[in-house]
Design a protein around this ligand. Sequence first.
Ligand SMILES: C[S@@+](CC[C@H](N)C(=O)[O-])C[C@H]1O[C@@H](n2cnc3c(N)ncnc32)[C@H](O)[C@@H]1O
Length: 283
Amino acid sequence: MPAEPPNRRTGRLSPDSEPHQRRQVAESFGTDAERYDRARPPYPGALVEAIIAASPGHGVLDVGCGTGIAARQFQAAGCTVLGVEPDARMAAFARRSGVEVEVATFEAWDSAGRDFDAVISGTAWHWVDPVAGAAKAARVLRPGGLLAPFHHVFRAPPEVTEALAQACWQVAPDSPAPARWVSLRPSDQALDAYQPLFTKIADGIREAGGFSEPQQRRFGWERTYTRDEWLDELPTHGRLNLFPPDKLAQVLERVGAAVDAMGGSFTVPYTTVAVTAARTILA
Ligand SMILES: C[S@@+](CC[C@H](N)C(=O)[O-])C[C@H]1O[C@@H](n2cnc3c(N)ncnc32)[C@H](O)[C@@H]1O
């Protein structure tokens, strides 16, 4: 998950303020790639259309493509997509689903002189060095090409989030809170909590140079989860995906009870936020 606000118990800023340096979590999502692909939500169609409309062509590089959720959406919209993904388990799933993938971190990946009309990254740019990543994107984008990292901003209802936080702290008290949204107080706005991440992405683009001024675009939507759908998605999130199975089962049991108490389902408002910048056209 993206960088966290100060931890609610300690009041301290979590070490996640530099998430790309925590490689164990950064490359942990393939522990259950099938579940990841099944449970994680896709991206809004309006976001896909907006990125394509702002790009000079249909050649897309998907950084941290994972199992290929965003890549397949761009393919379905008529793009040719190459994925770059360091976790071989995620890459293997993406290939089986029809996405071409090269296994590497974006920072270490060899572009071999290829260039692209858009560099996208769905829920993955926080795992990439924000300055080195933007500088690399600048090198592989054609003039006018678009850099477009995007992330989902969301929070489950407070009852469900609180049950998750309590369960994690009781079952695994030495583990850090598993996700940004566990640290939120009921009055916090999810977008405010994520804003430092988007500021950091924009600052990285400015520092790398070679781009227009970064813009932020927001796409609102919502998703209704049944108890089973939420319990399927939860273990795909960073840190929870590293919990030992017995501890995870205890956490899920308590969260499931909280969803049952709400009638067995709930609706989550999502905002998918893209930070975009165009590769400056060189004279
Ligand atoms: C939360 S997943 C998102 C996957 C996919 N983009 C999606 O939308 O479902 C983050 C992905 O970023 C990958 N990743 C981590 N560090 C990376 C890096 N330095 N360069 C490229 N990808 C990275 C992880 O292996 C993981 O598959």
